[in-house]
Design a protein around this ligand. Structure first.
Ligand code: 3PG
Length: 207
């Protein structure tokens, strides 16, 4: 169930987590991030316009647009209909996983403990989101999980920034991290695509 999401995690060191309030921001924001070297984009379903933003961003060449904060089967169906190539969830439920499997929407499901990670592994999810990364134990936690569960690849998200991303990316069980720092609210509001382009370039160079 994981080969597509695994390949996504190898495209760039950072998956931007986007909270977009304004449909008009969709295209220039996606262009800045893709041009900066971050092709995989997670549009969170936390704003009323999120589905329209996914639809718009999907037109940007070179981008791979998915939906984040996918919590229910309905979210997954709507995201797929809007053109999302993948889904991301802070956790996982049987209903959500079942729905994504049924409609063929690859999902990066969240886990924060060994038992959650094992339950996902049993179902074939070898690529998982580790959330909320910083408060759930951070890089030290992921390092500890890599000993008994080396077959799971994680995308940690939650509290990650340019400053601590390297601590995660240096781990053998981390291919990329997720974070909102490359598209902060103030820059989005100001429409400062130039600065977001710079942040994306800096993030693309992380290792
Ligand atoms: C997520 O949805 O994965 C997180 O809200 C992103 O976390 P951050 O805003 O701390 O980067």
């Amino acid at each position: 169930a994981s080969s597509y999401t695994e390949s996504l995690c190898h495209r760039a060191p950072v998956i931007p987590v986007l909270v977009v309030d304004d449909i008009d921001a969709a295209i220039p924001l996606a262009q800045a991030l893709v041009t900066g070297g971050l092709p995989v984009l997670e549009v969170t379903l936390r704003t009323p316009v999120a589905m329209s933003v996914i639809r718009e961003m999907s037109q940007v060449p070179g981008g791979i647009v998915g939906a984040g904060t996918v919590l229910t089967p309905e979210d997954a169906e709507n995201a797929k209909a809007a053109g999302a190539q993948f889904a991301v969830s802070p956790g996982a439920t049987d209903r959500l996983l079942g729905a994504c499997e049924e409609i063929g929407l690859p999902i990066l499901p969240g886990a924060a403990t060994a038992s959650e990670a094992m339950a996902l592994l049993e179902r074939g999810y070898t690529t998982q989101k580790f959330f909320p990364a910083e408060v759930a134990g951070g890089a030290a936690m992921l390092k500890s999980l890599s000993s008994p569960l080396p077959q799971i690849l994680f995308c940690p998200t939650g509290g990650i920034s340019h400053e601590n991303a390297h601590d995660y990316l240096a781990l053998p069980n981390v291919a990329c991290v997720g974070g909102s720092w490359v598209a902060p609210k103030d820059l989005l509001r100001a429409g400062d695509w130039g600065r977001i382009l710079e942040l994306a370039k800096e993030a693309a160079r992380l290792h």
